[in-house]
Design a protein around this ligand. Sequence first.
Ligand code: 5GP
Ligand code: MN
Length: 323
Amino acid sequence: MAFEKQTFWDDVSNAGSIGIAGHIRPDGDCVGSALGLASYIRDNFGKEPTVYLEELPKAFDFLTGGDKVVTGYPYREEPFDLFISVDCGDDGRLGKAMEYVKKAKKTYCIDHHATSNGFLENNLVKPEAAATAQIIYTLLDDSKVTLGTAEALYLGIVHDTGVFKHSCTTRETMEIAGALLDHGVSSSRIIDGTFFEKTYLQNQILGRCLMESILCLDGRVIFSSIDRKTINLYGLAPADTEGIIDQLRVTKGVEVAILIRELTPRSWRVSMRSCEIVDVSKICAMFGGGGHVRAAGATMSGSRRDVINNLTAEIEKQLINRE
Ligand code: 5GP
Ligand code: MN
């Protein structure tokens, strides 16, 4: 069903209970979108949505409502009157929060992934938007935005644009970020404190991945991998490897960067980024994942060599088609 803004707010206004969830392995846009929307609803409708996330990364827990986030998807008998999924394009990525969705009386999806498949009753999907937080801002009345909402949405935009540097960043992105700054957001607190600041461990693993990275396809592709042994040795959490892929991507001459992380033996979490030619969301979708044209992910099985060979073969096809 098409999304209708007034109907959405009428539904929020009429709902006795509201649930909000984002995708599994939540990133900044996912957390910022969920908490920003929850905060706006709390401030303007006098109701408290329940926010479900698989986990809340430490760097984001200062956000308003961070202390109320429910992790671990506890069983809930009672259906929600309204359930809103943010920054998630399909049921698999919503994880166990799908249980709440299945029972909910009304459901909405607000998302910007190119591979978003309109899996809920009402879907607002804008692949051209740099971040889901950016889409959420367009639904709000700016005069009713508080600092808590503004900080969360600004954080979402900062993270999905790589601090306004990815090609998805548009004039609208900057204007919305500017409007959020007018609400008193401290850009340095959000940008340095949640994006650039790295722990010693994160820097160590970044250094290791860069040192062990391999160039292939005439220097157009760079890849690096982190196996179980390394993960256990350093005690790495998924958040500890964020940002590594972005450093790989900016290697001179590289079109595509790949980082794979071993989840369980022969099962790998894949992250891909491209610069200007290859559609990585298409490649990840072929292997059951998805994402955006320039940033996508998937979970793949096989040996390290199998995974890299499968991915580079698809990259090569796209590069050849362009020549
Ligand atoms: P990352 O490499 O940072 O994990 O993910 C890059 C982008 O692709 C993010 O926008 C993320 O939401 C999306 N993405 C990552 N993994 C998957 C996946 O398995 N399925 C889908 N549909 N999207 C993914
Ligand atoms: Mn996003």
